[in-house]
Structures are given as structure tokens and as C-alpha cells.
Design a protein around this ligand. Structure first.
Ligand code: SF4
Length: 375
């Protein structure tokens, strides 16, 4: 198994593209089985649960596909109070989760002091590990949150194609005191995260308009180059009333990046997402890889379970109170939008056990992180 795994681990660009284009069911079965075997070898059958809290839907950015972009005046904005977030942390403990994920848009009101206080409180009053996903932040903010006890940080680079990235992510316009633009290079921020001691997570969207198979293969190779501790991938889903929800004929006029031949366009399908999950597992065997909510959205019946069977080892059940969850509409039709945390927890735990897997106990620290740090 080990020698066979190495071959897959060092797969080259051409082989990755070939898998992305593969449509033969038997060949794909080989891919799924190999990814599942590597997952089992690395982690056994445990599936670790991370309770997700969507702390704020206020965002200063204007990503062209996102429902909570600053330009969207149609939605009601919210920001949870520290006590509300802490109540979710208590629920995570009650459900047996090992980690709390605090996610938000790029909300300037979630400042360094407020988050530091909240992180310290959760870390000192519960056994939970903390994952943050709060967008592009300064090195000072990131260092302060790591020092306060946050364990992990998620920042997806979304696509390694720089032109495509720029076409769908307008700059923040934030300035340093000397007037220069604030660093917005996500790859540099990922290095900063590692330097300050976080377990580092990143990932991409699959099927962005204008994304070619070569681009997606580059993304997967970049997971390996960055030596990521967590890899989160999901199908591209544009929210209604955002620029990228327009038909492709209209998109072509927005940017030349979107104007590629249809047979070169990566589809935003469940199958393509499973392929990327499986390839990420093979190239980055020791990383934590979630079966994401976006996957469960595109395949409600079995997206999560098929993700788990094809390389994933993490699920992030939503703990956000219902009155806020419906307002965190980063993409349409999100799975579990109207279900209580209790209902989501019951369904997910049953699905995991029914698929022959077990519920992981504890924080589920990335084996990649442990290896890198000599543990
Ligand atoms: S994708 Fe993230 S940063 Fe971009 S608008 Fe949405 S919440 Fe804000």
C-alpha cells in the first residue's frame, strides 16, 4: 500500500488532468477506492465533526458570486453577540464535537480585541479547538488570535489562475497608514498563517466560469506545494442577483476570462467535486478534508456520504441559530438551511454510523500538521 500510495502522491499535471476528464465508471471506481484506502490508512474510520457558527453576514468585499457581498442591499445584516456564539460553543460540547469553526464575511467590526476575548473565553471554558475563517486579515490580527488560542485558520485561494481570481474578486481597497494597498495576496497570507503557528486550511471552487481543466489541475498541485493541513473544496454556486449568476452569453462581455470554449469549461458538478476530493486525498494523504456543505447542497441525498467514501474525513454540522442561518446566504439552496442544530446533528451522526464509519473523538488535529511539527 505504501509504495502504491507514493505513485499517486507524486502524480503529475498530465495525470491529474486525465483524471479530471475521466468518465469511465470502472476507472473512476479505481480512483474512489484508492482515495478511500489512503484515507483509511491515515485516519481509520473516524469522521471528525466541527460545529460551524456563521458569526456575521456583514462583509466589506464584493466577490462577484456571493450572496452577502457588500453591494447586496436586499439582505438583512447580522452580527452575533459573544454570548450567542458562546451558547453555540456549549451546544458543540453537548453534541460531542471537538472543534468550533467561527466563520464570517470580512466584517471590520469583528476586530482584533473582540475576537481575542471570545477565543480566550471559548478556549478557557470549553475543551473545544477553534478554527477561524474570517477572511483576509493582517499579520498582527492573525498573530493575536493564534496567541489567544485559536488553532486553525481557513482561507481558500479559490483558484490559482491569477487573472480569473482577479476577475471575480475585486480588491478590498484597504490602505496601510502609508497609503499603499493592504496585502491581498492570499498565498502570502497562507504563509503568514503557517509562520504564526496555525494549522492552515485552504481550497477552491470547482466550475467557476472560465475555469479550465488545466487551472483545476494547477489548483490540486498547489494543495501539495503549500503542504496544506486542511483542504476544503466545493462546487461553484453563484447566488441569484450577483453578477456571476448571469447567463454565460452575458458573462463573456464582463471579462475575457469567462470567454472560453464550452468543452474547456470545468463543470460545477458533484462528480467533479468528488474527483477533486479524491485527488486531494491522494496528493495530500495526511490533510483533513471535509465533505462540504456545498457538496451536500448539490447532492442533498448523498453528497456528504459520497464525499466521505471518496477521501473526506471531516463534516461541519451547522450550529448557527436559525434566525441567522437563513441570512447567511453565500450561495443558493444551502443544505440544512431550515433545520435546527439538533436536527442537523442527528441526521449527520446517523448517516455516518449507517455508512460504517465512526464519530471521531477530540479535536481531530491534522496529521499533516502533527507530522510537520514532529509530533
Ligand atoms: S465570498 Fe467571503 S469575502 Fe467574498 S463577499 Fe462573500 S463573504 Fe465576503
Amino acid at each position: 500500500m505504501n509504495s502504491a500510495r507514493s505513485e499517486w502522491e507524486f502524480m503529475d499535471h498530465t495525470a491529474i488532468v486525465r483524471w479530471l476528464l475521466e468518465s469511465n465508471p470502472q476507472r473512476l471506481e479505481t480512483l474512489w477506492n484508492r482515495a478511500d484506502a489512503v484515507r483509511r490508512e491515515q485516519f481509520g474510520d473516524a469522521v471528525f465533526l466541527r460545529g460551524l457558527v456563521e458569526v456575521s453576514n456583514t462583509c466589506s468585499r464584493n466577490c462577484l458570486y456571493c450572496g452577502v457581498r457588500a453591494a447586496n442591499r436586499q439582505i438583512v445584516r447580522y452580527r452575533m453577540t459573544p454570548d450567542e456564539v458562546f451558547a453555540c460553543a456549549k451546544k458543540a460540547v453537548q453534541f460531542g464535537y471537538g472543534t468550533l469553526v467561527l466563520q464570517a464575511g470580512e466584517d471590520p467590526q469583528l476586530d482584533v480585541e473582540q475576537m481575542t476575548t471570545l477565543i480566550r473565553r471559548i478556549r478557557s471554558e470549553t475543551p473545544l479547538a477553534i478554527t477561524l475563517s474570517l477572511g483576509e486579515r493582517t499579520a498582527e490580527e492573525l498573530a493575536a488570535w493564534r496567541a489567544a488560542g485559536a488553532n486553525r485558520y481557513l482561507l481558500r485561494f479559490e483558484t490559482s489562475n491569477r487573472d480569473l481570481y482577479a476577475a471575480i474578486h475585486p480588491q478590498s481597497g484597504k490602505k496601510n497608514p502609508d497609503g499603499t494597498p493592504v496585502e491581498a495576496d492570499r498565498l502570502k497570507i497562507l504563509h503568514t498563517l503557517r509562520d504564526v503557528g496555525f494549522e492552515v486550511g485552504s481550497g477552491v471552487m470547482i466550475g467557476i466560469p472560465g475555469q479550465r481543466y488545466d487551472d483545476l489541475a494547477n489548483d490540486i498541485e498547489l494543495f501539495r506545494t503549500l503542504d496544506l493541513d486542511m483542504i476544503g473544496v466545493g462546487p461553484f454556486l453563484a447566488s441569484p442577483d450577483t453578477p456571476l449568476a448571469a447567463p454565460s452569453a452575458v458573462l463573456r462581455n464582463i471579462s475575457p476570462c469567462f470567454n472560453i470554449p464550452p468543452d474547456e469549461q470545468v463543470p460545477s458538478s458533484a462528480e467533479m467535486t468528488y474527483k477533486v476530493v479524491a485527488l486531494a486525498r491522494l496528493l495530500c494523504p495526511a490533510s483533513n478534508i471535509p465533505a462540504t456543505t456545498a457538496l451536500a447542497t448539490i447532492n442533498t441525498a448523498e453528497g456528504r456520504i459520497l464525499g466521505l467514501a471518496r477521501g473526506a474525513n471531516i463534516i461541519m454540522p451547522n450550529l448557527t441559530p436559525l434566525q441567522y442561518r437563513e441570512l447567511y446566504t453565500i450561495y443558493p439552496g444551502k443544505a440544512g438551511l431550515h433545520e435546527t442544530a439538533e436536527a442537523v446533528n442527528t441526521v449527520i451522526q446517523k448517516q455516518i454510523v449507517a455508512s460504517g464509519r465512526t464519530i471521531g473523538i477530540g479535536a481531530g488535529t491534522s496529521h499533516n500538521f502533527l507530522k510537520r511539527n514532529g509530533s
